[in-house]
Design a protein around this ligand. Structure first.
Ligand code: GRF
Length: 202
């Protein structure tokens, strides 16, 4: 299966996928990363792909007249690589109608909180501020909401009294990277069905 991964930052979730595929082999894992896209230049996530010769592309909102034009351009850029599955790994933009029309049902996102708790761009900070005793991460299919699509898998992470946002986020990412690698591999190898809010992996 062909994966296109979308990033906006450090790309450690992308790196976890690349490392797993390199270690187990494309055949055994069931997928390969054929391209990495971002909404901004000069981020470590793009460098991680370039280092191993994976094609990259950047699609910046400000290069387009409207948000819809950006969304269509992003969909085109992703389509060019003919993905079976698109993975948002720290991609910090909300996609629109056009993108979902093409990739809905095969577009997966990872979120650093236990959805439906703490959706949005500051899930780690919000869980901490709320005083949650456990939080975690969620891998889900993207629908037309924000972090509201059908949940595939979740991992629980305890919140420690001495945690600040970055310490907690690092601990979450340790679980999140393993969860994402596991889920993407199973979706790619086994195939899946989405039945309402349930995801059935064969
Ligand atoms: C991940 O925790 C992701 O859930 C959140 O931002 C982080 C991205 O980390 N949206 P990285 O870029 O994969 O290191």
């Amino acid at each position: 299966k062909r994966l296109v991964v979308l990033v906006s930052g450090s790309g450690t979730n992308l790196q976890a996928l690349l490392d797993e595929i390199a270690a187990t082999g494309t055949e055994a894992y069931g997928a390969e990363v054929v391209a990495v896209g971002a909404d901004r230049e000069g981020i470590e996530g793009l460098a991680r792909a370039e280092r191993v010769g994976i094609p990259t592309f950047v699609c910046r909102v400000k290069d387009h007249g409207t948000r819809e034009e950006w969304d269509t351009a992003l969909a085109e850029a992703v389509s060019a690589h003919e993905p079976d599955l698109v993975v948002s790994a720290g991609f910090m933009k909300i996609v629109g109608k056009e993108f979902l029309a093409r990739f809905g049902g095969r577009f997966v996102n990872t979120h650093p909180a236990l959805l439906p708790s703490f959706p949005g761009a500051h899930g780690v900070r919000d869980a901490l501020a709320y005083g949650a005793r456990v939080t975690g991460c969620t891998v889900h299919f993207v629908d037309d909401g924000v972090d509201t699509g059908p949940i595939i898998a979740q991992g629980v992470v305890e919140v420690r009294d001495e945690d600040d946002e970055s310490a907690l986020h690092e601990r979450i990412k340790e679980v999140e990277r393993r969860l994402l690698v596991d889920v993407v591999g199973r979706l790619a190898r086994n195939g899946y069905r989405i039945e309402g809010r349930k995801v059935v992996i064969q």
